[in-house]
Design a protein around this ligand. Sequence first.
Ligand code: IPD
Length: 266
Amino acid sequence: MIDYHELAQLAEKIALEAGRLIVSRRDEGVDVADTKTSPTDVVTRADRESERFIRDSVLAARPHDAVLGEEDGEISGTSGVTWVIDPIDGTVNYLYGIPLYAVSIAAEYDGRAVAGVVVNPVGQETWVGVRGSGAFLDGRALRVNDTQRLSDALVATGFGYLQPRRTKQAEVLRAVLPRVRDIRRAGVAAVDLCWLASGRVDACYERGLNRWDIAAGLLIAEEAGAVVGGLHGAAPSEELVIASAPALFDDLHDLLAQSGADTDAD
Ligand code: IPD
């Protein structure tokens, strides 16, 4: 029997320690270790160190679990539990010293997230979601806003690192911006989803997010009452993530579908 609360407690303990590690590395200065999908999609030495620390800590406590991380790929396991890790979400903020980045850790069982933790180590905020038991910010239960109209909605989004994707994302933004209260681009997809859970924004959407960016945040948003999905009944995925207060989902979905938010420019 898998205890989701135990998984969440372990994730929280490890994410808090990883958060302290990356903040202290930031104070010592940041080194870009490599680039990924484009020259502006960077990996710092702290990303790698944080991921190694999280992997080692998870496997020390639960040696039979699988682990998927942003930097080092997947290790298989036999328990049915997979840990999905983003050691620093918001790496560009981290690089520039913008005090908003996160450690995101989710535990999946039978292919869906059952426990998720997002830690903002500078702001000292910890979001926790446990499937079927709610979402919490520093222990306080969360509920998404009850916003009824898209024109009243504060909407978070983000952009990929490749030029054809960004060209299309700019076109989509052009369609969305006049229809909503305003847009926020925090630079941390996991935090966008936690802000939705906390009522700090009313909706989020983004194309091109990876499993490690969203596994914990989507669970936290859902457990706070958000509706999450992709286009035309699909599950949220790399194609497109839409997450919102319940009354906004259909209008935001239709606007994104009309603007081709699940495609890239040629
Ligand atoms: C990025 C952030 C950003 C989002 C990008 C992601 P990373 O993750 O979540 O908000 O817009 O699409 O790649 O690279 O900082 O882990």
